[in-house]
Design a protein around this ligand. Structure first.
Ligand SMILES: C[S@@+](CC[C@H](N)C(=O)[O-])C[C@H]1O[C@@H](n2cnc3c(N)ncnc32)[C@H](O)[C@@H]1O
Length: 371
């Protein structure tokens, strides 16, 4: 059995009957669970609660949606103006999640959830459309495979399952570890592709404290059980930084390991990150002050910030560093008089002279300065 067929088989069993060894205790929001059918709650194979990051009006994508629990919780939070898309590659899980779609739409008061078939490492390819294509044009020889590849490429470009820059928040609950290691880099690139600029990710998953050795990775049962495919805790964050995300953070990190195999600890974590706006760096005279508690910090783009100094930043960095994602760690200082935008020409670590910003309203705690 390969890693992928093992995952397919294990979660078909999980859709059919409760698999106790796949369940990791999670403290979900009871109010959101109250509307959910018992079968969905029982067939919960998650390890965290990314629904906590959902905001009203969001378009949410849930990677590896399983029974649909996180999707139906998110649907209650996004409201009528938002939308939730669950993607899973397993027909049995998709059937289980869809079984309750009408009932949940009535309870929530909005039909704002859909479940689609796809592999999360290839979010452009619609596997339901691929099934239809194979019915019309079955594969009978090598040339058919070449033609099918061309059709897939066209589909990805012209009718992607999930379009570029279309999602406000990507969530996932205990799924990324199940993707083959050779596809993990592409998976995170795909997440980056589909998130809007300024959009967020909130991903609960399992990480290991040490690299997982090859003999454990080769164990298909440990892999499908969300253990041996786990990335090492540092690699997991780095993968998101390497894809271009910023503000990459461990928001939750369980102190107790969920499983220990051959001395390696596997634990549940939740990471959050944002996709920055792709705008040129323009200097209009903005500055930020890093509040502390460290003497200096670097952001994910390599800029350095010294505690207490008015560091020169472009308008894009100013908006990013003073946004919610940085938890009020920076005081934003607007230019006393915004000057005409100039291409960024300061070295990282340049201090903005106080004279350039003196008297400007600052964005501390979101309120203008009054002193
Ligand atoms: C551990 S379960 C988690 C299900 C759900 N997120 C939850 O919280 O209960 C993993 C789910 O991800 C799906 N899955 C695994 N690998 C996948 C992939 N590469 N693409 C799409 N779905 C995948 C499985 O079919 C299964 O439904």
């Amino acid at each position: 059995m390969t890693i992928e067929t093992g995952v397919l088989q294990r979660y078909s069993q999980g859709a059919e009957s409760i698999q106790a060894d796949l369940c990791c205790p999670v403290d979900y929001d009871r109010e959101l669970l109250a509307l959910l059918p018992q079968e969905i709650i029982d067939k919960d194979y998650g390890c965290g609660d990314p629904s906590r990051y959902v905001q009203k009006g969001d378009v949410v994508l849930d990677l590896g949606s399983g029974s649909g629990k996180i999707c139906y919780m998110a649907a209650q939070l996004v409201g009528e103006s938002g939308k939730v898309i669950g993607v899973d590659m397993n027909d049995d899980m998709l059937s289980l999640a869809r079984k309750y779609q009408v009932e949940m739409a009535e309870k929530i008061g909005s039909a704002n959830v859909e479940f689609v078939k796809g592999q999360i490492q290839d979010l452009a390819l619609d596997l339901a459309a691929l099934n239809q294509q194979l019915i019309k044009h079955p594969i009978t020889n090598a040339e058919d495979i070449i033609r099918l590849r061309a059709w897939q490429e066209k589909q990805r470009k012209e009718s992607p399952l999930i379009a570029d820059n279309s999602i406000d928040l990507v969530v996932s609950n205990c799924v990324l570890n199940l993707v083959h290691d050779s596809d993990k880099e592409q998976l995170i690139r795909e997440i980056f592709r589909v998130v809007k600029q300024g959009g967020r990710v909130a991903i609960s998953d399992i990480v290991s404290d040490e690299p997982v050795p090859p003999h454990l990775k080769a164990d298909a049962h440990l892999w499908s059980g969300c253990i041996s495919g786990a990335l090492q805790e540092h690699e997991f964050l780095q993968a998101f930084v390497a894809a271009g995300f910023v503000a990459v953070t461990y928001d939750k990190w369980e102190s107790h390991a969920w499983q220990v195999v051959e001395g390696i600890e596997f634990r549940s974590v939740t990471i959050t990150a944002i996709k920055p706006h792709h705008e040129p760096c323009l200097d209009k005279g903005h500055a930020v002050i890093y509040r502390g508690a460290f003497s200096k910090v670097y952001d994910d783009e390599g800029h350095i910030f010294y505690r207490g100094q008015r560091m020169a930043v472009c308008e894009r960095s100013f908006n990013l560093l003073t946004s919610e994602s940085y938890n009020n760690q920076f005081i934003g200082i607007k230019p006393a008089q915004e000057h005409a935008p100039q291409s960024w020409c300061h070295a990282s670590g340049s201090v903005r002279p106080a004279a350039d910003t003196k008297g400007a309203a600052h964005k501390a705690d979101g309120a203008p300065s009054c002193c």
